[in-house]
Ligand binder design. Structure first.
Ligand code: PLP
Length: 385
């Protein structure tokens, strides 16, 4: 046997975000606007619940699908907030962050040669996970439709090989949310095709104007839709690794098997923390949103005043201005901005080739840092002329 690594693993690329944060170490005075995690501490009540769990020796394995109490809290949260119901016994799975939920669902449903449609630019993990399953990614270009999926284009991309279509609104990296009228149009198309729908709504609680609308609210999709969610963003719990995967019992029984062989269960103290987050701390995201909205208003106005083309986001904590007019790749732009301007942002090409010509700025940073970062960006752009 030769020591040859799996071809698909070999082909995986290190995410551009990581490549960039790694470079940052060499620039200690740079302003870092790359990271997609809230800059707020995890709520005290959540931390106390985990500490109490540890002190009470709740440190072992849980049920593979997660503590029933947490699954019930998850189910109640969605029922109370969005009006749809998933059975905590058979339709809710607690995962190690949304990431593991996405992976377990893909591995449970995809066969070699299947196609998955992704509106792009999009969070890069999906494509890599799909390819690891031997399936093919089919991108739906949203760059000329304000980063929203065009129903006509979607219709044209569905083939006999299409196994699933994934949506992520509010979106990473663009921050846009999907208007309910457009969702209605898209659902009309989805109704005509026997495909799985995955909806990653991890940023739903970070919706700024108006309500978040969930694909899980459409009863006609209920028997083939997976909802992906988690506490990383809503409750500033990225390191706790608590995610949720919800879907029809008939399919979730298989997703749970993939999850249990991979992970056995999510961390137990984190699961106790999760119960607290979903019960006594439901108002937490709204408090963070007050800050995010102030930052968004500031940054959006400044980018416009610099003459950058930008779609105004309405959620998550990202903004995705175009840098096409500077006639360099987004990697080149971001590298020069870091070296010459002292600001780190993520090159848009990290979010598939459809993100080329853009940069992603995270505003999950204190206003003082944002102000300095934007001031440096403006100076850098002025020097480019
Ligand atoms: C769209 C999207 N989905 C999933 C994740 C992963 O979340 P988690 O920390 O829960 O694994 C991220 C993280 O940035 C994300 O942006």
């Amino acid at each position: 046997m030769s020591l040859v690594i799996n071809n698909k693993a070999k082909e995986l690329e290190i995410p551009g975000i990581r490549q960039f944060s790694n470079q940052l170490i060499r620039y200690p005075n740079a302003i870092n606007l790359t990271i997609g995690q809230p800059d707020f501490p995890t709520p005290d009540a959540v931390k106390s619940a985990a500490i109490a769990a540890i002190e009470n020796n709740q440190t072992g394995y849980s049920h593979n699908a997660g503590l029933l109490e947490l699954r019930e809290a998850t189910s109640s949260f969605f029922k109370d907030t969005y009006g749809f119901w998933y059975d905590p016994e058979t339709e809710v799975l607690i995962t190690n962050g949304a990431s593991e939920g996405i992976d377990s669902i893909f591995r449970a449903i995809l066969n070699i040669g299947d196609e998955v449609i992704l509106p792009a630019p999009i969070y890069s993990a999906y494509g890599s996970l799909i390819e690891m399953c031997g399936a093919k990614v089919v991108y739906l270009d949203t760059t000329d439709t304000d980063f929203l999926p065009s129903p006509e284009r979607l219709k044209a991309l569905v083939t006999a090989q299409t196994k699933a279509i994934l949506f992520n609104f509010p979106s990473n990296p663009t921050g846009v949310t999907i208007p309910p009228e457009l969702m209605d149009e898209i659902v009309l198309i989805l109704e005509q095709h026997d495909v799985f729908i995955l909806s990653d709504e991890i940023y739903s609680e970070n919706t700024f104007e108006g309500n978040h609308y969930s694909f899980a609210s459409y009863p006609q999709l209920r028997n083939r839709l997976f909802l992906i969610h988690g506490l990383s963003k809503s409750h500033s719990m990225t390191g706790w690794r608590i995610g949720f995967a919800l879907g029809p019992a008939k399919y979730m029984q298989h997703v749970v098997k993939v999850h249990l062989y991979n992970a056995i269960c999510a961390s137990l103290p984190s699961q106790y923390a999760g119960i607290e987050a979903l019960t006594t701390c439901r108002q937490v995201p709204a408090v963070m949103n007050v800050e995010y909205i102030k930052r968004l208003n500031f940054i959006y106005a400044r980018l416009i005043s610099m003459g950058l083309n930008v779609v105004r986001p309405n959620g998550a904590f990202y903004i995705f201005p175009s840098i096409k007019k500077f006639e360099m790749t987004s990697f080149e732009f971001a590298t020069r901005l870091l070296h010459e301007g002292g600001v780190a942002v993520v090159p848009g090409s990290t979010f598939t080739k459809y993100g080329e010509g853009y940069i992603r700025i995270s505003y999950a940073y204190a206003m003082s840092e944002l102000k300095e970062g934007i001031r440096r960006l403006e100076q850098f752009i002025a020097r480019l002329g």
